[in-house]
Design a protein. Structure first.
Length: 419
C-alpha cells in the first residue's frame, strides 16, 4: 500500500479542484446578481410589481432582465433556483478540511506549544467551532438589530475578529486562518440554506395558492445576501493565506485577518456604488492600499517562537518514530538539510525567503520525521522541490528518499500517511 500517499494527495487535489470550481460558480453568480440588482433602471412600461429592468449584451446577444420585488402576478413555467453553487462549495470545502487538516492534524492542525491537544480534541474543536458563528449571527439578525444593518455589520466584524484571535490560541497559524475562512463561509452558506431559500419558497407557495406574498421575506433575504457579498473577498484571502507564511505565521495573524475583513468592505463598497450609479468613490482604493500596507507591516513581526520550537515542544509520535528509525533515514539526513534547509529553516538563508514556505521546517531529524510524507511527495516521487532544482538535488538522492519512505511503510504493512 505504498502508493496510498500518492492516491491521498490526488484525492486532496481533486477535492480542492472541485472546491475552486464550485466557489467560482457561487461567487460569480453572487457578484453578478448584486451588480444586476444595483444597476436596475426604472422604465415607464414596467409590468405591475416590477422594480426595475436592465438591458445587457453578452456572447453576441441581448438580454432583457426585469426584477419583481415580491413575485410576478403569474408564476413562470420555468424557474431557476441558485442554491447548489453555495451548497457544493461548502460541502467540498468541508471535505477538504477533513482531508488536509483532520487527517494531517499532527502536521497542520495542532501545535502543542499553542495548545497541547489530542488529535480527537483538535478535530472536535474544529468541527464544533464552525457552527458557533452561525448561531450567534442568526440570533443577532433576528433581533432588533435586523433593522439596524450598520450596527449589525459592526457586531459581525467584532465576532469575526474575536474568532480569529480564538483560533490562534488553539491551532497552528495556518489552521487558524483556514478555520476563520471556513467559519465565515459557514455563515454564508447557512444564510442561503436556512434563510434565503426558505423565504423564496414561502413566496412561491403563496403565489401558487393565490395569496399575496409578504414583502418582508424578500427584505430579510436581501439583508443576508448583502452580508454574503461583503464577506466573500475576505474568505478568498483567508483560503489563499495558507500558502503564505507571511500572512499566517506571524504574531499578529489575527489582526491581519481583521484588516482583511475591512478591505473586503472597502473593495465591495466601491463596486457596489459604481454598479448603483451613485458615484465613483475612489477614496475606497486609498483606504484599501493603506490597510494592505498595515498588513504588510504586521507580517514583519517576529514569527511565533512557539511555532518554530514545535519540534522540541513534544516527542515524536509513534508514526514519526517509525520514519526516524526506518532504514535509510541516515541517508536522508545527509540529503534534506543540505538541499532544502536554506529555505525550510527557522532563519532561511536563501535570498528573498523570509519565512519557511508553508512553515515547514527541514533542519533537524525531528523536522524531517514529521514531514516525511511531504518530503516523499515533493522531493521523491516528484521533482517539485527544490524549486527549479536550485540546490542541484540528484536523481539518486530522490531515489534514496523514496526507499526510506517505503521502508518505513513496508515495516508496518500499511501506508503511515493514513495514520
Amino acid at each position: 500500500m505504498q502508493d496510498l500517499a500518492i492516491m491521498w494527495d490526488w484525492l486532496s487535489f481533486a477535492v480542492r479542484w472541485l472546491h475552486v470550481i464550485t466557489a467560482i460558480a457561487w461567487i460569480g453568480s453572487s457578484f453578478y446578481f448584486i451588480a444586476l440588482d444595483l444597476g436596475l433602471r426604472q422604465a415607464p412600461n414596467l409590468p405591475k410589481g416590477a422594480n426595475g429592468e436592465e438591458w445587457q449584451v453578452h456572447g453576441g446577444g441581448f438580454y432583457h432582465i426585469r426584477k419583481f420585488l415580491v413575485a410576478p402576478e403569474n408564476m413562470p413555467e420555468h424557474l431557476i433556483w441558485f442554491k447548489w453553487e453555495s451548497y457544493a462549495t461548502w460541502l467540498s470545502g468541508a471535505a477538504l478540511l477533513m482531508i488536509v487538516y483532520w487527517a494531517g492534524a499532527e502536521l497542520y492542525l495542532i501545535d502543542p506549544a499553542v495548545a497541547d491537544l489530542a488529535i480527537w480534541q483538535g478535530i472536535l474543536i474544529s468541527a464544533a467551532s464552525l457552527s458557533i458563528g452561525w448561531l450567534i449571527y442568526d440570533f443577532l439578525c433576528k433581533s432588533g438589530l435586523g433593522e439596524r444593518p450598520t450596527l449589525l455589520m459592526v457586531l459581525l466584524f467584532i465576532l469575526l475578529v474575536a474568532m480569529a484571535w480564538g483560533y490562534t490560541q488553539v491551532f497552528t497559524g495556518r489552521a487558524a486562518m483556514l478555520h476563520l475562512g471556513a467559519f465565515t463561509a459557514t455563515i454564508m452558506t447557512a444564510n442561503v440554506f436556512f434563510i434565503i431559500m426558505p423565504n423564496q419558497r414561502i413566496v412561491v407557495k403563496d403565489l401558487q395558492a393565490g395569496r399575496t406574498p409578504d414583502a418582508k421575506y424578500g427584505k430579510i433575504a436581501k439583508l443576508r445576501s448583502t452580508h454574503n457579498n461583503y464577506l466573500t473577498l475576505p474568505v478568498l484571502f483567508l483560503m489563499l493565506s495558507t500558502h503564505y507564511p507571511l500572512a499566517f505565521a506571524t504574531e499578529y495573524n489575527w489582526l491581519i485577518a481583521g484588516l482583511v475583513f475591512l478591505m473586503g468592505v472597502t473593495i465591495r463598497h466601491y463596486f457596489n456604488t459604481r454598479h448603483a450609479r451613485k458615484g465613483n468613490p475612489t477614496w475606497t482604493w486609498a483606504v484599501t492600499v493603506l490597510l494592505f500596507i498595515a498588513i504588510m507591516w504586521l507580517s514583519t513581526a517576529p514569527l511565533r517562537q512557539d511555532t518554530f520550537e514545535q519540534s522540541e515542544a513534544r516527542p515524536l509520535t509513534a508514526t514519526e518514530q517509525v520514519f526516524a528509525s526506518a532504514e535509510g533515514f541516515e541517508d536522508v539526513l545527509n540529503i534534506v538539510p543540505g538541499r532544502c534547509s536554506m529555505c525550510h529553516a527557522r532563519e532561511p538563508g536563501y535570498e528573498g525567503i523570509h519565512r519557511a514556505p508553508k512553515n515547514i521546517l527541514l533542519e533537524t531529524p525531528a523536522d524531517i520525521a514529521r514531514a516525511a510524507q511531504v518530503i516523499y511527495l515533493q522531493a521523491g516521487v516528484t521533482n517539485a522541490m527544490p524549486p527549479a532544482n536550485v540546490s542541484f538535488m540528484e536523481e539518486e538522492e530522490r531515489h534514496q528518499i523514496i526507499r526510506w519512505y517505503r521502508n518505513a511503510t513496508r515495516s508496518t504493512g500499511y501506508d503511515l500517511s493514513a495514520d
